[in-house]
Design a protein around this ligand. Structure first.
Ligand code: NDP
Length: 339
């Protein structure tokens, strides 16, 4: 049984990850650390977690903790990962891994150096819809992918608005919140890497002035695919979607850029559309934990590795740079640091 310690008394842990760790098999939540002693104690009680710590160092010193799940605000991920690696704990870290590529690379290197597993919680790779699209493209079902379109513009719920819309220092803004997921899902489904991006951002009234709450742009992949994306906190009535258009067919997925295990995929050739048969959907976060537990036991890799987290972050940062500089930007994946 792997003991998981939560670093961050967060919403994502409460809504998804605590139940996922409990349901995945072979893992249990043994402790939680938060910065406010009163709040973390209340959180632990409400969630049925036995031990609450008011300092991360105390959780890292707990020998019952084998894995830490880091879901604090984004500016804290790096230091907490480095500390966890130094304490010999495996790390599943939330996205974005860090606020910069160099920092993210240091996290991966520290975990490699300490001999612990690091994964990034890009949940969308676990969706049966995206996994099926990746398989079909790999099998040549739509020929050579030429174009992709991702619609991931949502209405940010009130209870998530906080730092996402008013705190750039915490990694707020829609690009680090949502575009980073698009980048990861596109990289996964297309099995290709982004070379260059161009984007425009906007502040449409939800985020504080100077922080973007909407973005549209284009990514160019190494294999030549162009991918268009639209992410926002401000769109209340649009479905989400993911499309890939190839030389021999198109895959059209709807309602797939979400935390829920839902959505449909159609295969379209000419004017003919047929539903793609999907295996039964499983909880995305539960699969993330299951694969992470297996990786810790030496079986396979996390659904999204640390390297995936670095690369998807690098794309998101290039998107932000492009919008700031009003030009196309080549993605800087940074220098791979040695073990
Ligand atoms: P929250 O705002 O809920 O939590 C972040 C931190 O804020 C917590 O660690 C906590 O600090 C503090 N906090 C939370 N609630 C309160 C409160 N009521 N009063 C005072 N402080 C509070 O963030 P999210 O759960 O939305 O996001 C956390 C991380 O997870 C981010 O990195 C985000 O990008 C990622 N995320 C990933 C998702 C995915 O699907 N992969 C989905 C949603 C988020 P402390 O612990 O120190 O007490």
């Amino acid at each position: 049984m792997l003991g998981w310690g939560l670093v961050g008394a967060s919403t994502i842990a409460r809504e998804w990850m605590i139940s996922a760790i409990r349901a995945a098999g072979g893992s249990e939540v043994v402790a939680v650390a938060g910065s406010d002693p009163e709040r973390v104690r209340r959180y632990a009680t409400e969630q049925g977690i036995e031990v609450a710590y008011a300092a991360v160092e105390e959780l890292l010193a707990d020998s019952a903790v084998d894995v830490v799940y880091i879901s604090t605000t984004n500016e804290k991920h790096q230091a907490q990962t480095l500390a966890a690696a130094a304490a010999g704990k495996h790390v599943l870290c939330e996205k974005p891994l860090a606020l910069g590529v160099t920092e993210a690379r240091e996290m991966v290197a520290a975990c490699q150096g300490a001999g612990v597993t690091i994964g990034t919680n890009h949940h969308l790779r676990n969706a049966v819809t995206h996994r099926t699209m990746r398989r079909l493209i790999g099998e040549g079902a739509i020929g050579r992918p030429l174009a992709a379109r991702v619609f991931h513009a949502v209405s940010l719920p009130t209870h998530l608005q906080g730092w996402r819309i008013d705190n750039p220092a915490a990694g707020g803004g829609v690009v680090l919140d949502i575009t980073v997921h698009d980048a990861d899902t596109l990289r996964f489904v297309l099995d290709d890497e982004v070379e260059e991006v161009t984007a425009l951002t906007a502040s449409q009234g939800m985020a504080a002035p100077g922080l973007e709450d909407a973005v549209m742009g284009v990514m160019r992949f190494g294999g030549g695919t162009l991918a268009q994306f639209h992410d926002a906190f401000t769109i209340a009535h649009a479905p989400t979607g993911f499309e890939v258009h190839g030389t021999d067919g198109s895959l059209l997925a709807r309602d797939v850029m979400t935390q829920q295990p839902i959505g449909t995929v159609l295969l379209r050739r000419g004017a003919t559309e047929e539903p793609v048969r999907l295996d039964s959907a499983t909880n995305l976060y539960e699969r993330s934990v299951r694969l992470f537990n297996a990786a810790v036991r030496g079986e396979g890799e996390p659904a999204a590795t640390g390297e995936d987290g670095v690369r998807s972050l690098a794309v998101a940062l290039a998107v932000r740079q492009s919008a700031a500089d009003r030009r196309s930007v080549a993605v800087d994946y940074g220098e791979v640091l040695g073990r």
